[in-house]
Write a protein that binds this ligand. Sequence first.
Ligand code: KG4
Ligand code: ZN
Length: 341
Amino acid sequence: MSIAILAIESSCDETAAAVCRDGVILSNIIASQKIHEQYGGVVPELASRAHVQHIVPVVDKALLTASCQLSSVNGIAFTQSPGLIGSLLVAAEFAKSLSLSLNIPLIAVHHMQAHALANLIPSTTNGQQDGKPDFPFLCLTVSGGHTQIVLCESPMKMKVIGETIDDAAGEAFDKSAKLLGLPYPGGPLIDQYAKKGNADRFKFPEPQIPGLNFSFSGLKTAILYFLQGHEQRDPAFIKENLVDICASIQKRIVSILLNKLKKAAAETGIKDICIAGGVAANSGLRKAFEEAGKLNHWRTFIPKFEYCTDNAAMIAITGYYKYLAGDFVSLNVSASARAEW
Ligand code: KG4
Ligand code: ZN
């Protein structure tokens, strides 16, 4: 029997829905919320309201694009946690209503597990099926709210073996961008400017954190003092050196991430290594990750660009594996801003 999963994601500021049939993604629809740009960050109340407006058209489009009738869906997957509670509630309550009215299983998905499992979405390049990582694999999951090294033993069994003790990598990009006067979210802009800059021009410190954990707050402070010092002497410093500053900041963030990933690979002996999450869209990280893979004889995997930043296809693929495992939840389930794995 073929299994169709409808997945809904609303944990932050993207309203997304996707359909997968037998593990193949048939549609992946996202409505982004531009309204937050003027505030320099996501405003939770505005995000929840926008999700309420977008959810019906986004789900309709996902079903239509997949040529899938609601009546032929076998399971409803939704992001249960972590995220902004008012945002999470929209997809959670919508999914519960659908599950109740269609009398089909409800599947609760952890957003960060889904980011890692985006690496299991089959993709085709030039007519050739791309490879998937074998279990166990390691995934460096880097987003706006999280930075983790995850040991993935099976789709249902994952363990965080390293994580940030303060800011996430995405926050490091966004906060640095803010210091440079760039709009929110600044990560993609730093990426763009960095392409034209000299990454060796300025040296930012690498934190000395034991084990596999990360820290980015010291880097943020170092960048603040660096910019303040230069601007006092030359008010045009940022404007005239923007591309080199961006390239140097990006180089340091990438090296912090990859040094810990190399350590995790060496300690576990695992050679199938993935990256995932919004920051995995960063061109500097993608390039340096591939290079590290060649040097260390890893098999490297990066989700397609649209499956790195927040999306519902990753919720759908995780929902599919949970469906196969019979991992369902009751209608009493509630969304949760924070959740342990
Ligand atoms: O996974 P995601 O879409 O949402 C969360 O779950 O947080 O990640 C969003 C983060 C933001 O901090 C954004 O600036 C960052 O990913 N990001 C990037 C790039 N694209 C998105 N950071 C650096 N370079 C990029 N190209
Ligand atoms: Zn995310």
